[in-house]
Design a protein around this ligand. Structure first.
Ligand code: PLP
Length: 375
């Protein structure tokens, strides 16, 4: 068997949508498919104004500009994180104050954030790891008390909820990804949700290179000019057309992904009960959007042993993240606090192959080989 870690799935509607976009004669950004996608998100999830971007990284960079992050500001984010989650704020001159994860979940430990807040703190960036919500009530309460922005890195969190509220609708800003490894894809792609309407107008300008081009095309101003900083954050309408085809199959995709998740869970639960490893823990306040399936080994040696054993059987499992506070770029800038849970997740987490087209017999093979390893 050769089972890849990921395989992008196409609904079959993409070529038709791409042709429609091309025939419309408008393939640059902010065209009709862009607006269709944005409308979809705003209607379905109750986000404020949304902006399609070329990546989640771009959406995070827009959020950092909108939050007014500048040299010397402090931004709290988990150390167990993707690079862009921190880098977007470092680009604006922020000092990242890296926080630890819960002992039993890779998400930022909401009870340890308050101790990191100083007069320089401007924002808290959270990641809903594996699409599982952070404890947003606690985090939003801190933000209110200390007047901070909350940015949700919801890259993995499409169609997932916290106490019934869609992830991405709770913080001031939220960023999603449609990279080919996510649930809904457009190759590269992302979305910024602006939930605080004080920032909607400025977001539109930053999105379009610092110009009031969008207002010009709506006939609101007589010329379009350079009015602020910005960049070319908006994707081509071809990307939006591709994404729109995927969005139309969102429910179908999610049903299949949840089946896959459950099959891994049911096939492996007795090994957890036998004490070999831990399976993902989903707090009662969070839903599961079946973005990924991981297990947590007892030790780094056991994780690496299992990883290479699976590789020999043709199964491509992977691990991530390398904690940001130990990274070549940030280790020296970090204040020296030990973030033991981040390190442990980095050393023991193993992600299993997970994609729409994963066949039952392939999944049974993966589960069977893991059982064999622990026998
Ligand atoms: C995938 C991912 C990103 C980056 O998304 P891009 O669209 O590739 O920029 C950022 N944060 C998290 C948590 C991710 O999983």
């Amino acid at each position: 068997m050769n089972i890849p870690f990921n395989k992008p799935w196409f609904t079959g509607d993409e070529p038709g949508m791409l042709a429609q976009a091309a025939q419309s004669g408008h393939i640059s950004g902010n065209g009709s498919f862009t607006r269709k996608c944005q409308h979809f998100f705003e209607e379905r999830y109750g986000f404020g104004k949304t902006f399609l971007t070329s990546s989640c990284t771009d959406a995070l960079e827009m959020a950092a500009i909108l939050a007014g992050i500048k040299q010397g500001d402090e931004v709290i984010c988990p150390s167990f994180a993707f690079v862009s989650t921190a880098n977007a704020f470092v680009l604006r001159g922020a000092k990242m104050v890296l926080a630890d994860s819960y002992e039993n979940h890779p998400n930022i430990d909401a009870d340890k954030i308050e101790g990191l807040i100083t007069p320089k703190t401007k924002a808290i960036v959270v990641i809903h790891y594996a699409g599982v919500a952070c404890d947003m009530d606690k985090i939003m309460a801190l933000a209110n008390t200390y007047n901070l922005f909350v940015i949700e890195d919801a890259a993995q969190a499409i169609d997932s909820y916290y106490k019934g509220k869609a992830l991405g609708s709770i913080g001031h800003f939220a960023a999603f990804s449609f990279h080919e490894t996510k649930n809904i894809i457009s190759g590269e792609g992302g979305l910024l949700a602006v939930n605080d309407d004080r920032f909607t107008e400025r977001a539109e300008i930053i999105w379009e290179k610092g110009t009031n081009r969008a207002a010009f095309f709506r006939g609101e101003v007589d010329k379009y000019r350079w009015v602020d900083i910005g960049s070319s954050f908006l994707p081509s309408d071809l990307i939006a057309a591709f994404l729109y085809a995927q969005l139309r199959s969102l429910e179908h995709i999610q049903i299949r992904r949840k089946e896959i998740w459950q099959k891994y869970h049911d096939g492996l639960i007795f090994l957890e009960e036998a004490g070999h490893f831990f399976l993902p823990n989903i707090p009662t306040y969070a839903s599961n959007n079946a973005h990924l399936f991981y297990l947590l080994a007892q030790t780094n040696e056991q994780r690496n042993g299992l990883l290479s054993f699976l590789k020999k059987q043709g199964i491509h499992a992977v691990f991530h993240y390398l904690p940001l506070h130990t990274s070549p770029f940030y280790a020296e800038k970090h204040d020296g606090r030990k973030l033991n849970n981040s390190i442990r997740f980095s050393e023991t987490l193993l992600r299993l192959p997970f994609f729409y087209e994963l066949k039952d017999e392939e999944q049974e093979f993966v589960v069977g080989q893991i059982r064999r390893y622990f026998r």
